[in-house]
Design a protein around this ligand. Structure first.
Ligand SMILES: CC(C)(COP(=O)(O)OP(=O)(O)OC[C@H]1O[C@@H](n2cnc3c(N)ncnc32)[C@H](O)[C@@H]1OP(=O)(O)O)[C@@H](O)C(=O)NCCC(=O)NCCS
Length: 177
């Protein structure tokens, strides 16, 4: 695909018809981001626990969840998953919104698309009366941490993330709306 000069992104809400697309895009972006840092067997074990059309259908049916898909020339290049379910204790706020996943295909990073998606999340949070936005990030995902800090997210604790047989440390981050 040719990359348009003006980065002409189109954003749309994910629907049940996107289960397969989200399983595929979800896995491709996850693999591009983390395969270099993990054992292939741990990556392979993780995939069916999250990135299958069946599991994406379940997530799309969840009334607390909303997906936004970014497209360029009708091709999906990134997505965000937002969640309004109850937050863990580490997160303060009466009505928090979770950015549960924010993933760009690698070739679309560093072009302002992350900014556009983050602004969209913050705008939704404002419009829907959320007082806090929160997320989790792998402790060694330096690019993402820098990106979140740019938007004023601050560390708010830690949690364990299991990738296959590997026990990893993730961070909670949050910011006020
Ligand atoms: C983390 C992630 C969402 C950040 O999005 P991103 O768009 O790549 O954001 P970055 O901050 O890395 O790059 C933005 C940079 O692009 C540059 N840029 C290039 N063209 C641009 C444009 N047209 N408009 C705005 N910025 C542009 C800017 O210099 C900006 O840097 P600055 O804000 O420091 O000035 C994205 O890199 C990603 O999806 N990574 C892989 C998956 C991942 O790790 N997700 C998070 C899991 S917790």
């Amino acid at each position: 695909m040719t990359i348009p000069e003006n980065n002409n992104f189109h954003f749309r809400k994910g629907t049940l018809a996107d289960a397969e697309l989200l399983a595929d895009l979800g896995w491709r972006t996850f693999e591009e981001t983390f395969a270099a840092f993990n054992r292939p067997e741990d990556m392979a074990a993780f995939k069916p626990t999250m990135y299958t059309p069946e599991l994406q259908t379940e997530e799309l049916c969840d009334s607390d969840t909303e997906f936004v898909i970014a497209e360029v020339q009708e091709q999906a290049v990134a997505y965000v998953k937002l969640n309004t379910a109850e937050a863990p204790e580490a997160i303060t706020g009466r009505n928090p919104l979770q950015i549960s996943r924010l993933y760009l295909l690698q070739k679309w990073t560093g072009r302002g698309l992350g900014d556009k998606l983050m602004q969209l999340c913050l705008e939704k949070a404002r419009r829907n009366g959320h007082d806090v936005v929160w997320l989790t990030v792998w402790e060694h995902n330096e690019r993402a941490k820098r990106f979140y800090r740019k938007y004023g997210f601050k560390e708010a604790g830690e949690l364990t993330f299991i990738l296959g047989s590997d026990v990893q440390r993730d961070l909670y981050m949050q910011r006020e709306v």
